[in-house]
Design a protein around this ligand. Structure first.
Ligand SMILES: Cc1ncc(C[n+]2csc(CCOP(=O)(O)OP(=O)(O)O)c2C)c(N)n1
Length: 358
C-alpha cells in the first residue's frame, strides 16, 4: 500500500472496533475530524461528545465500570486539563483508557500558540508514566490495533486482591440525607462523590455496588452517565453542588444523551462541605435545578432533604432519567476515611456490574 492510498482514519476506526472498543468520547480537533466523523456514523460505537476532556475521562471511567472498552479522542492542548482526572481516576483505579491525541504544534504548524503545548505534551505524559506511541507517518497508525490489545487484556483479566482493606474506618455520625437514602440505593449501582459523601456511605452501608470517588472532584455525574449508557442496571450518581459547579458542562451532556437508567442526585448543601463548608454559588443566587432545566434535562426535581428518599424511590420506579436536587443545610460531622484500595473499589464494582447484567 502506498502512503497516499492508506486511509488513516479508517485504519484507526477498524483498530478500535477490532479491539472491541465500544464507547468513545470526543472533544474535537481538526486533525482528528476524519476519525471523529467515522466514529459518529459507525453503529459499532456509542459516541458521546463531551464538553471538556476531563469530563470525557469521567464518562469513559463509567463505561469501563459498566463493562465496555472506552477510548477518548482529544487534542494535545487539553493535556493540562486532564492531569487530575488521569492521576486520581484513570490511573488510581487502574482503568484502561486509550487516548487518541492529535499532536498539534509540530514542524509546519500554522497556529503559533499550538506549539506551546506541543513542547510539553510528551514531558507531561512521561511524568505521569503514561506510555506513548507517536505516529509520525500515516502508515504508523496501522500499529494501533497491536497497541490496544495488551492494554485492555491486562486490566480485564486482573482480579482485585482479597482482603486489601488497608485502613479501618472509624464509625462516626453521618449526614442525614445519606442515612435516609441508604436503604433506597442499596440495590442499585451508586457512584458517590468525593469526600464526606463517599466516606459516609462507606461507613454506613458499604456495598460492592458502590463506587467511591477518592479524588477527581466534579466527575461523579460523568462517571455515572458513562456507566448508565454502558449497561442496563440502574445507576444513581450522588453528587455535590460544589462538584457540579466545577463540571457544569456535565448537565448539557446528560440532557443530550439521556439514559433512563440514570439518576443524578445532587445533595445541595450550598457549600463545599468536605473542605470546611465554604459557601458555593448554589447556596446563593444560582439554582442548579434551573440550570439543569435550562441545559435541557427533562425531569428535574428539587426537594427538601427530608423528602429525598421518597423522591428517589419514585424516580427509580418511573424508569426515566431524573435529576434530583436535594436541598439541605451545610454542616459536617467527623467521619473516617475509606479503608479500601482504589483498585479493589473499581474491580469489585465492575464485577458486581457484570454479575447484575448477567
Ligand atoms: C480539582 C479539585 N479541586 C478541589 C478539591 C478539594 N475538594 C475536595 S471535596 C471538595 C468539596 C466538594 O463539595 P460538594 O461537591 O458540594 O460536596 P459536599 O462535600 O458539600 O458534600 C473540594 C473543594 C479537589 N479534591 N479537587
Amino acid at each position: 500500500m502506498t502512503e497516499n492510498s492508506f486511509d488513516v482514519s479508517a485504519s484507526i476506526v477498524e483498530s478500535l472496533a477490532g479491539n472491541r472498543v465500544e464507547f468513545i468520547t470526543t472533544v474535537p480537533c481538526k486533525q482528528l475530524a476524519g476519525v471523529i466523523g467515522l466514529v459518529d456514523k459507525d453503529a459499532r460505537f456509542r459516541h458521546i461528545p463531551s464538553n471538556k476532556e476531563d469530563e470525557g475521562m469521567g464518562l469513559c471511567a463509567g463505561a469501563w465500570l459498566g463493562g465496555k472498552r472506552p477510548a477518548i479522542i482529544m487534542q494535545n492542548t487539553a493535556i493540562g486539563v486532564t492531569i487530575n482526572a488521569l492521576a486520581t481516576l484513570i490511573q488510581y483505579y487502574h482503568i484502561p483508557l486509550p487516548m487518541l491525541i492529535s499532536y498539534r504544534g509540530e514542524v509546519g504548524e500554522k497556529v503559533a500558540c499550538q506549539v506551546e503545548m506541543a513542547l510539553h505534551t510528551k514531558a507531561l505524559l512521561s511524568e505521569l508514566a503514561i506510555p506513548t506511541y507517536h505516529f509520525h507517518r500515516p502508515q504508523d497508525a496501522g500499529e494501533l490495533g497491536g497497541i490496544l490489545n495488551p492494554l485492555f487484556h491486562g486490566q480485564e483479566t486482573r482480579r482485585h486482591p482479597d482482603g486489601r482493606k488497608l485502613l479501618e474506618c472509624c464509625a462516626m455520625i453521618r449526614s442525614e440525607v445519606i442515612k435516609s437514602i441508604a436503604p433506597v440505593i442499596r440495590d442499585h449501582l451508586v457512584v458517590c462523590n468525593i469526600g464526606l459523601p463517599s466516606q459516609e456511605l462507606f461507613m454506613h452501608d458499604d456495598q460492592p455496588s458502590n463506587f467511591y470517588m477518592l479524588g477527581t472532584m466534579g466527575l461523579a455525574s460523568s462517571i455515572g452517565l458513562g456507566l448508565a449508557l454502558s449497561q442496563k442496571s440502574k445507576v444513581i450518581a450522588i453528587d455535590g453542588d460544589g462538584s457540579v459547579l466545577t463540571n457544569l458542562g456535565t448537565l448539557p451532556t446528560i440532557a443530550n444523551n439521556p439514559a433512563d437508567n440514570f439518576i443524578l442526585l445532587i445533595i445541595d448543601n450550598g457549600s463545599y462541605g468536605s473542605t470546611g463548608d465554604q459557601p458555593t454559588y448554589a447556596g446563593q443566587k444560582t439554582s442548579l435545578a434551573k440550570v439543569a432545566e435550562a441545559c435541557g434535562c427533562e425531569n428535574v426535581i428539587e426537594c427538601p432533604a427530608e423528602e429525598t428518599a421518597k423522591v428517589l424511590e419514585q424516580a427509580l420506579a418511573a424508569d426515566r432519567m431524573t435529576v434530583i436536587v436535594s436541598k439541605c443545610k451545610s454542616g459536617n460531622v467527623p467521619v473516617g476515611v475509606i479503608g479500601l484500595d482504589p483498585v479493589v473499589i473499581a474491580h469489585r464494582f465492575r464485577e458486581e456490574v457484570a454479575r447484575r447484567n448477567g
